[in-house]
Design a binder for this molecule. Structure first.
Ligand code: ADP
Length: 607
């Protein structure tokens, strides 16, 4: 491990809403030092004139509109990006001006300005302003959606609305109903710390692999965590939303004045509208309710290893009935051995100096020195409940997994306390941690972008998707970590592609491999559950049943709700009328983000 003495302190939660809890400061310092050690200077980058002005408006009009907004919100709450960002930062001190892990030149996904509202009313003010000036806006809560675009807007020159900086209150935690009500800037770290501070030992939160994202942003993007409450969207209850024309609505029971069930009954009456605000550009969420899990009386983590890549189909067949039957109780994670090597934070070059994929024999030899031993796949799980209930489930799991020849259960008592296993142990018990990002260090200036298809929980599907992944890894020479994440009746394959963002050829290879995987998967009936800004048009294009009926439906909604097309144009492949038919879509060999202008603020017709 490198020395952390020369590394500046990471802000803590008491200093910033996006800070690290003090209990994890040492991990933050170590992670930051490792990242800095592997960092190289970027080659020269040509920047366009800054700020980047969104299409459809002149530079002078943009500046006068911005000064109008500064008058409304206060000078300190509007920041124009008129100088190249000096640094991408790192996970805990991330840039919000652009995608800090950009797979295309940085300025392709760069904002013109960032604004910091303090209230729902100020969000309304911004939305009305954007409509008056036909300026695209893009909301972020924390902007740590790394691998999917980070804080960046889809349309360059958009004004990013950083909701988290000033709207970061935990409005309520109800310790009897096990619910909370949050503003956009509450991170998983912050929620966890507050639950502890209040002494609510009977209550768990659910956290993703890293705790620095916001509960609101992660839930809206349909992120997952690893307790039995892992499906965040399914666990939320009630939204407050500013619509693209500036009105505010509350969904579910929140529409009934004086309701006391906003966070306990998600549906309310009539059409269930919440879905419209997830992965969408139909509204800006300013409050969200979330359900919390009763803490089980006890819990224990377990880990199995499997020796051969070809064991995959059998393992997945075993997992399906156990997961659906709730014997495997949390989101099941089956990871590749190479990702476990990488999560040590050491670069690939420490293990292998050659070019191309790290040879299997090297991975095996290295794993033999770790608690996991020689293996290809590792299963991380947790069992919940009192001892006799856990034992009942663990015995079934053991008998089933041991049907795979060479399967081994690793006794947790033999695993050193600094091993990654214990990070997974915390996460599966709802305690946010900070180790996951370390596999980015596999290459210098390590960045990642994800291919995330969903499939049935079947061996043949796992094999087909792994074949696609291997094919593109071999063709493109990119670094890829596949992990199977089993929800309940489906699984997500999360293929993390790690690349050196300062190497144009690595960026190109990473993006090309993603595009190849999306297309190959779609041909076999697999679609992505979530994707990076650069891939949104392509992925949306694969959901094209019945002559693109769903896309057309989304476009009709978009035009009705956002007639000026100002809110996150192009997000999830949904383009407002102003932009349609003007070549804004990325893909098919076009890796620039802009199109040929926009219509003049009116529906239909070109300029
Ligand atoms: P995180 O808080 O996990 O870092 P981000 O702020 O990066 O998440 O946002 C993830 C995605 O969700 C982005 O596409 C962003 O536009 C969208 N999003 C985040 N917060 C909101 C919000 N409050 N309202 C509408 N969309 C949001």
């Amino acid at each position: 491990m490198s020395s952390t003495s020369s590394v500046s302190e990471t802000p803590t939660l008491s200093q910033s809403h996006s800070g690290i809890p003090s209990r994890l400061l040492h991990k933050a310092q170590t992670a930051k030092a490792l990242i800095q050690e592997l960092r190289t200077e970027p080659g020269s980058t040509d920047h366009p004139q800054l700020p980047i002005i969104p299409q459809g408006i002149s530079r002078s009009h943009f500046h006068s509109a911005i000064s109008e907004l500064s008058t409304q919100l206060g000078q300190d709450n509007v920041s124009v990006i008129d100088k190249p960002p000096k640094d991408d930062g790192w996970y805990m001190e991330h840039a919000t001006t652009h995608d800090m892990m950009s797979v295309v030149p940085k300025h392709e996904f760069m904002a013109s300005a960032i604004v910091y509202p303090a209230s729902t009313a100020e969000v309304q003010t911004i939305v009305v302003w954007a409509n008056n000036h036909s300026i695209p806006i893009f909301p972020i809560s924390m902007g740590r959606n790394l691998g999917y675009g980070g804080a960046a807007p889809r349309v360059r020159g958009s004004v990013v609305i950083d909701l988290g900086r000033r709207m970061n209150k935990i409005l309520d935690i109800d310790s009897e109903d096990y619910t909370c009500l949050l503003e956009p800037g509450v991170s998983f770290y912050a929620l966890y710390e507050e639950v502890q501070r209040r002494g609510y030992k009977h209550m768990w939160i659910d956290t993703p692999d890293l705790g620095g994202g916001s509960v609101v942003g992660n839930t809206l993007d349909r992120g997952v965590g690893y307790t039995p409450y892992g499906d965040h969207w399914a666990a939320h209850s009630g939204l407050e939303v500013v619509l693209p024309t500036g009105e505010v609505i509350r969904t579910g029971m929140g529409a009934l004045p004086g309701s006391n069930t906003w966070q306990t009954f998600p549906y309310g009456f009539g059409p269930y509208s919440d879905g419209l605000f997830s992965q969408s550009n139909f509204g800006i969420v300013t409050k969200m309710g979330m359900t919390l899990m009763p803490a089980p009386p006890d819990h224990e983590s377990f880990m199995y290893t499997f020796e051969r890549e070809d064991d995959l189909a059998q393992i997945i067949e075993i997992i399906r009935p156990l997961r659906i039957g709730n014997i495997l109780e949390n989101v099941a994670q089956l990871r590749s051995a190479v990702q476990t090597l990488a999560v040590s934070g050491r670069p690939k070059s420490d293990f292998y100096k050659g070019s191309g994929r790290i040879p299997k024999a090297v991975v095996e030899a290295e794993c033999a020195n770790l608690p996991i031993g020689k293996c290809e796949w590792i299963y991380y799980g947790m069992s919940y409940g009192p001892k006799h209930i856990r034992q009942y489930k663990l015995d079934i799991i053991d008998a089933e997994f041991k049907k795979v020849s060479g399967a081994r259960r690793i006794d947790p008592a033999t695993i050193p306390k600094d091993n990654y296993f214990w990070s997974r142990d915390k996460i599966a018990a709802g305690e946010p941690d900070l180790e996951e990002l370390l596999w980015c260090n596999w290459v210098p200036n390590g960045s990642h972008i994800a291919f995330s298809p969903v499939s049935p929980i079947r061996g043949k599907d796992a094999t087909a998707l792994l074949d696609i992944t291997n094919k593109h890894q071999d063709c493109q020479g990119v670094e890829i970590f596949p992990a199977f994440v089993v929800g309940l009746r489906e699984m997500h394959l999360i293929v993390e592609c790690v690349f050196d963002k300062h190497s144009p050829s690595a960026c190109e290879a990473a993006l090309a491999s993603m595009r190849g995987m999306v297309d190959d998967a779609a041909k076999l009936g697999y679609g992505e559950y979530r994707t990076h800004l650069a891939l949104m048009d392509q992925v949306a294009g694969t959901y094209n049943w019945n002559d693109n009926a769903l896309i057309k439906f989304h476009e009709r909604l978009k035009d009705a709700l956002d007639p000026k097309g100002i809110l996150a144009p192009g997000k999830s492949g949904v383009w407002p009328s102003r932009y349609r038919g003007r070549g804004w879509e990325m893909g098919d060999g076009k890796e620039t983000t802009e199109g040929e202008g926009v219509a003049n603020g009116v529906l239909g017709g070109k300029l």
